[in-house]
Design a protein around this ligand. Structure first.
Ligand code: BGC
Ligand code: BGC
Length: 963
């Protein structure tokens, strides 16, 4: 096993999180970390047999119930996991007896949690117990659990009880009333209802036992239906118990119990369910995975964060969204914040756009609540709730109640004042639309969100006749340490941006969907006067930017507050708010989380005002040292990481990245027991893709400007943009080899990759691989072949065989066989196979007395060159026999330059693969990339191909570049 790193008994492999020791002090934290789910249901990693102080929980999307103070919360649903195992009269439990071996593993590839325990009972019987559980991604209503028992050193009576606990609690509060329950063959069902929201749940379970004869029975203790079996376990015999549970609620179907019972009868066995689950996960990872090489902690932690988002995202329901703590803990009661739209959503927009749409539709469905909120506060339009649940009405608690007897209640002002959320949602809607061009959704739902919230802003701004500016007074910005501020720059600019987009959307709707436009205008009562008012606000909204130094004041008067030097408070383990007090902190220039910097980050993607490098530098220098980055908000580190990467502060960027990536795995803030930090997880995706990958949208497509952290040797991910997948396979540009910087490039030699540049043998490679794959019975096709571009023969084969097992000898044989097929096929190559423009360019180079070499990793390069009929046009050949290290190492091109007798800086490389451009840059050469920007964007000059290309033009472009 590729064991790589550890944290308090944790081992991270590529895909598996391993905990190899049980530490009761970490119980609740680990319950959060080992959460599994499928976007419908999330279940914390609590033990099947339970443990003192455990916080078991199963949450189902949308199942909220009323509760004092915080209004409504996700109700902890009946616990489907309970298994009680009794060995010769003694109950298996980890707080008694002796744990001889312990190993818990979360497999991210398939969302499966395993636990293997060797336990010695107080009266000295040793037993191996293995547990497995999963929530099927293939069918959201299906949950699977397996328990395997093996007696090690005794023969004896074992009893196992498999139950569903109908009395789960939200930390002391029970939301359920039992309605009914009953038996079925080898199982039972349970029907309950939430006390106030009156949502019904139906669960059905069937249990099967193999490996022994047993006496099985079902009893229906009220609220606690249980299947039990008693059997004689002989030493070394393996007994397996499979429990399959189905679950529905009255939000899915009319009669949840009936649906659960029906589904149960139709299901295949446990192993088949597991396979279906695995296949669905595989598809999801194909689009959403990020590959990082050279840094195993980062590689695992990134996947872990993405996994936690994937299991929280509703796949079949657009009336719900992802709570701040996902479906993994009681923190924030399942309420939904801006965390979803601003931090989490981009991951879905770019890798699972249909799920992104579900999340945004939730906001559409909650517009009625947002309208009620606006009306309540005396405004028009829709004012989204700072904390939202089922209806969209505001559910931020009004008070935070102290734990000690004499403490004062603290008023929470976010519900009244943290109004930027309405602009944040509009921002998310706009960016979803930009990335997907989903016009249909925009005209049916998105436009209404953007326009009705614009109406709210129109009623919320105030015109100051003295300054002749529109102002927004009495708000909390992104930084919640300041609770009553006027003209918060973040809010004001977001509102201005929002109104700019609202005007555009209104026009777009009128131009493209006039009927919809007039219906919406009459529903929302928008008139041309309103649009003019929006334009006026856009022009006259107050925005405090200092003229000379580009420093933006966070809000009016911020610079007059007491200044702070945070280093004077180190070391600390508490937030600055705890140190200075909720009231006190308002008087200081200390931020809980980025505010001006948050604004710059959000404007960065489109390069909009006030984002530019100077503003970023000035504001970073001012605000970063005043931000409580360690204990303020978990939303902060990922944003700081991205901006630090933009500013070339790669060490700091990496530190912040790790702080966010490990926030839960290493419980960095001491509150992981409350649930996964969902926003931080989403921020991680943005840090890797937008920060380290440097993805920006330019000329309407994503382009990479990578700044990989020091150890990373590769970063690979996919982005879905306007109907197409863009694959990014990024390598570091070694800093020790500077780009050639001369005022006018003195180019004396050219080095051409062969495949994809002068000719296209990809088709022959494809045919050879296809033949081999067919012979081996491995699924393969043209699409799968795309992933092999520029990849070595061995690596290609590895990709094709996936996780099928072959011996080294078999692998060697297959590589050889493929090569034979290929060699046979390329016998047919002729000058017809030269790509358009190739001969012309070679001839122009000859005329200009520029030397020509071939730099191809193929061992068949010479044969191909001969057959193409260009052997007499080239001066040197570097091929698969010339050097050891393949591209992206610079060796092959350096060898070619040596053959030409030229210094690397006098050569220009023509390449069509990412690894080839990286190799050319690493060699210190000029590079011309042929193909799409996402593949060869790192090159000095990018061209679609060689057709019609003039050497003088390339030379001119390189000259321009070097100035
Ligand atoms: C958060 C607010 C939230 C409040 C009540 C605070 O800790 O910072 O955003 O609204 O709790 O849930
Ligand atoms: C942050 C908010 C965030 C909330 C929920 C608070 O501590 O300040 O920005 O929305 O937590 O994660």
């Amino acid at each position: 096993m590729d064991t790589k790193d550890s944290f308090r008994h944790f081992i991270y492999t590529d895909w598996i999180l391993i905990e190899n020791q049980f530490d009761p002090s970490q119980l609740q934290v680990r319950e959060t970390i080992f959460t599994i789910g499928n976007g419908y249901v999330g279940t914390r990693g609590s033990f099947e047999e339970s443990y003192p102080h455990a916080l078991p929980a199963t949450f189902i999307q949308g199942i909220y119930d009323d509760v004092p103070v915080v209004y409504t919360e996700l109700a902890n649903c009946p616990d489907w996991l309970q298994l009680t195992i009794t060995i010769e009269g003694e109950r298996f439990r980890l707080d008694q007896g002796e744990i001889l071996a312990y190993d818990r593993q979360l497999d991210l590839r398939q969302g499966i949690l395993h636990r293997a325990v060797r336990w010695r009972s107080p009266s000295n019987q040793t037993i191996d117990i293995n547990f497995t559980r999963f929530a099927s991604l293939a069918d959201p209503h299906v949950l699977g659990q397996r328990c395997q028992l093996k007696a090690i050193d005794f023969d004896g009576i074992v009893e196992i009880q498999a139950s569903v606990n109908g009395y789960p609690e939200n930390q002391g509060f029970n939301h359920w009333e039992g309605l009914d329950q009953g038996k079925i063959d080898q199982g039972f069902w349970l029907q309950s209802r939430t006390r106030n929201s009156r949502i019904e749940i139906g669960l059905a379970a069937k249990i099967s036992l193999s490996g022994t004869q047993a006496l099985c029975q079902v009893n229906t203790t009220p609220g606690y239906p249980t299947w039990s079996a008693s059997f004689y376990l002989k030493a070394q015999n393996l007994v397996t118990v499979d429990k399959i549970v189905t679950v529905f609620t009255s939000q899915d179907v009319k009669s949840p119990v009936l649906a659960a019972k029906n589904k149960l009868t139709q299901l295949p066995d446990y192993s088949t369910l597991l396979k279906e689950n695995e296949a669905t996960w595989q598809q999801v990872w194909q689009d959403s995975d990020i590959v990082i090489e050279g840094d195993s902690t980062a590689a695992f932690a990134v996947r872990y964060n993405l996994f936690q988002l994937l299991i929280a995202a509703p796949r079949h329901n657009d009336q719900v969204s992802i709570p701040a703590k996902t479906l993994s803990g009681f923190g924030y009661h399942g309420h939904i914040f801006w965390d979803t739209e601003i931090f989490i959503l981009p991951f879905f927009i770019f890798t699972q756009p249909t799920l992104a749409r579900n999340l945004l539709s939730y906001r559409y469905h909650t517009l009625p609540g947002a309208r009620r909120k606006a009306t309540h506060y005396g405004y028009t339009g829709a004012m989204f709730a700072w904390e939202s649940a089922v209806t969209g009405d505001e559910v931020t608690p009004r008070w935070s109640l102290p734990r000690d007897f004499y403490g004062e209640d603290v008023r929470i002002w976010c519900r009244d004042r943290e109004i930027h959320i309405s602009a944040d949602i509009a921002y998310a809607v706009w960016h979803y639309w930009q990335a997907t061009e989903d016009d249909q959704w925009m005209q049916q739902q998105g436009a209404e969100i953007i326009l009705d919230t614009a109406i709210f802003w129109q009623s919320r701004v105030e015109f100051n006749t003295q300054s002749q500016c529109y102002e927004i007074r009495g708000v909390i910005g992104a930084d919640e340490y300041h609770e009553l501020v006027h003209n918060n720059s973040f809010t004001n600019r977001m509102v201005q941006w929002h109104l700019e987009k609202a005007v555009l959307i209104y026009d777009w709707l009128q131009d493209n969907f006039p009927e919809q436009a007039s219906q919406l205008a009459s529903k929302l009562q928008i008139t041309p006067t309103d649009i003019n008012k929006w334009r006026d606000i856009i022009h006259k909204i107050y925005f405090p930017i200092h003229e000379n130094d580009e420093l933006i004041e966070q809000f009016a008067g911020f610079f007059q507050l007491k200044d702070i030097n945070l280093t004077e408070y180190e070391p600390r383990q508490r937030s600055m708010q705890m140190i200075l007090g909720v009231e006190g902190i308002n008087k200081w220039q200390v931020l809980k989380q980025p505010d001006v910097l948050m604004l710059l980050y959000l404007m960065r993607q489109s390069g909009d005002f006030p984002y530019n490098q100077n503003t970023l530098t000035a504001n970073w220098d001012y605000y970063a040292p005043r931000t409580d980055i360690t204990y303020g908000s978990s939303l902060a580190p990922s944003i700081h990481a991205i901006l630090a990467a933009d500013l070339g502060k790669s060490k700091l960027a990496y530190q912040h990245f790790l702080q966010a990536a490990l926030v839960d795995l290493e419980d960095k803030r001491g509150n992981t027991q409350d649930g996964i930090h969902g926003a931080s997880a989403g921020g991680i995706w943005q840090t890797v893709v937008f920060g380290f990958g440097g993805i920006k949208i330019r000329n309407n497509q994503p382009v990479a400007h990578p700044h990989l952290p020091p150890n990373w040797t590769r970063l690979k991910f996919k982005l879905h943009w306007r109907g197409q997948w863009h694959e990014f396979d990024l390598y570091p540009t070694p800093p020790q080899v500077p780009h050639p910087v001369v005022s006018s490039p003195q180019i004396q030699g050219t080095i051409f990759d062969l495949d994809g540049v002068l000719t296209d043998t990809a088709e022959y490679h494809y045919q050879a691989w296809q033949r081999l794959a067919d012979e081996e019975g491995i699924p393969f096709n043209r699409q799968a072949n795309e992933a092999l571009r520029g990849v070595s023969r061995r690596a290609s084969l590895m990709l094709i065989i996936g996780n099928r097992r072959y011996s080294d000898a078999e692998i060697e044989e297959m590589m050889e066989r493929k090569n034979q097929y290929y060699v046979e096929l390329i016998k047919n190559i002729s000058s017809q196979d030269l790509l358009p423009g190739a001969v012309s360019l070679l001839d122009q180079l000859r005329q200009a007395q520029i030397k020509i070499a071939i730099g191809s990793g193929s061992k068949n390069a010479r044969t191909v060159i001969e057959r193409l009929g260009i052997a007499d046009k080239v001066d040197a050949i570097a091929d698969g026999y010339s050097v050891q290290k393949p591209k992206p190492a610079p060796d092959l091109f350096l060898f070619a330059a040596q053959q030409l007798g030229l210094a690397p800086s006098l050569c220009v490389v023509f390449e069509d693969a990412t690894a080839g451009i990286a190799a050319g840059l690493a060699a210190g050469m000029w590079t011309v990339g042929l193909g799409p920007g996402e593949r060869v964007g790192a090159a000095h000059v990018v061209l679609p191909n060689l057709a019609g290309i003039k050497w003088v033009d390339i030379r001119a472009k390189l000259t321009r570049y070097s100035r």
